[in-house]
Design a protein around this ligand. Structure first.
Ligand SMILES: *[C@@H]1O[C@H](CO)[C@@H](O)[C@H](O)[C@H]1NC(C)=O
Ligand SMILES: [Zn+2]
Length: 339
């Protein structure tokens, strides 16, 4: 996204936040000014905490890069006058106390963990943008009636444990201990969420998933409203020259793991009619996924075989086995037809 477009988006967020009757507060204050240069510099700085060279970002939960990003976010929150709190699973909250702090707060935020070779805006705009929005509002002398929380959610991405929205699920009370117990650590062999959290400074070796989840759960009326600023990854807004869109529905992701077992053999010798090539079966399934998704004619239904591995995986071997991982997001709004 171009920075000027980002500016419009953030300015709009500030407008939404200021206009919202939920927030209330005094009305006689100057128009908030978002500092795009500052925010862009912060986003670029955050992007340097990465396993891969700038501007690509790989930042996996509780790795050194993730911890650097967390420190940076907390520093920014503090220097913006927010009071930092962290829960047992590493969700980070920066609170701007309102004039009626006993009321359920308004929250905004996103994540800073990043899938392999991500861009620098995914998630980060929702966290740093929110901090900037607060800075812009504070600079006008405005005080909200309700407190405002900027939240950085733990492990929004499934990269480390195979499932996403770990922190927000725990906050919402919909993460089960069994799910977290069964999660396989893809960074440290034999690791667990509890162990990685302890190593990252959240709790200690006595961590149990049950206690951690219980400690994060919020009551159902804890927040009065939540808004997340996010770049559009479609990218229809950019194509159509629109600076902001409002999400009207949330996609329901699904994932499939598929294993094909055929018969292997020497690729230079095994005759074609006698083959059961697992690699070709995988390829046909990939094409079938595409065909099926397109057949829905919904512009926002997507399906991807993002991981395909062949065994033995050599140029002179007929693939005996193929492993695929397929992700799909069925359209939440089938009213948007494909053109
Ligand atoms: C929301 O939860 C936090 C953390 O448990 C707590 O400090 C706060 O008082 C709660 N707010 C409301 C309005 O229940
Ligand atoms: Zn995101």
């Amino acid at each position: 996204m171009k920075y000027d477009a980002l500016g419009v988006v953030l300015a709009c967020t500030v407008c939404i936040m200021v206009d919202a009757a939920e927030i209330g507060g005094d009305s006689a204050f100057a128009t908030p000014q978002v500092n795009i240069e500052r925010l862009s510099a912060q986003l670029q700085h955050l992007a340097t905490f990465s396993e891969v060279p700038f501007p690509a970002v790989t930042r996996v939960l509780f790795t050194e890069q993730d911890l650097q990003a967390r420190r940076y976010v907390k520093d920014l929150m503090r220097s913006t006058g927010l009071t930092v709190r962290e829960d047992a699973m590493g969700n980070i909250f920066g609170r701007w106390e309102g004039s009626s702090p006993e009321l359920p707060a308004v929250a905004t935020g996103s994540h800073t963990d990043a899938i392999p070779f991500a861009g620098l805006y995914d998630g980060c705009v929702g966290v740093l943008g929110a901090i900037e929005a607060v800075a812009a509002l504070r600079a006008t002398g405005f005080t909200p009636k309700r407190s405002i929380d900027v939240i950085m959610f733990t492990a929004e991405e499934p990269t480390r444990y195979g499932f996403g929205c770990v922190g927000s699920r725990a906050m919402a009370g919909v993460l089960s201990t069994a799910t977290l117990d069964a999660a396989v650590d893809s960074v440290e062999e034999g690791g667990s969420f509890a162990k990685a959290a302890a190593k990252a400074g959240y709790g200690d070796s006595s961590n149990t998933h049950e206690d951690m989840i219980a400690a994060c759960k919020l009551s159902s009326n804890n927040y009065s409203a939540f808004v997340e600023l996010h770049i559009e990854q479609g990218p229809l807004l950019e194509q159509r020259g629109l600076s902001i869109g409002v999400v009207s529905a949330i996609a329901a992701p699904a994932s499939l793991k598929v294993e094909f077992v055929g018969n292997g053999g020497h690729a230079g010798a095994l005759l074609m009619p006698l083959r059961k090539d697992a690699g070709l079966a995988a390829a046909e399934l990939q094409l079938a996924v595409e065909e099926h998704v397109l057949a829905t004619r919904a512009i926002d239904t997507v399906g991807t075989a993002g991981l395909v591995t062949l065994h033995p995986g050599a140029i002179n071997s007929v693939p005996r086995q193929a492993h695929l991982e397929i992700g799909g997001f069925p359209s939440p709004s089938p009213l948007m037809p494909c053109r």
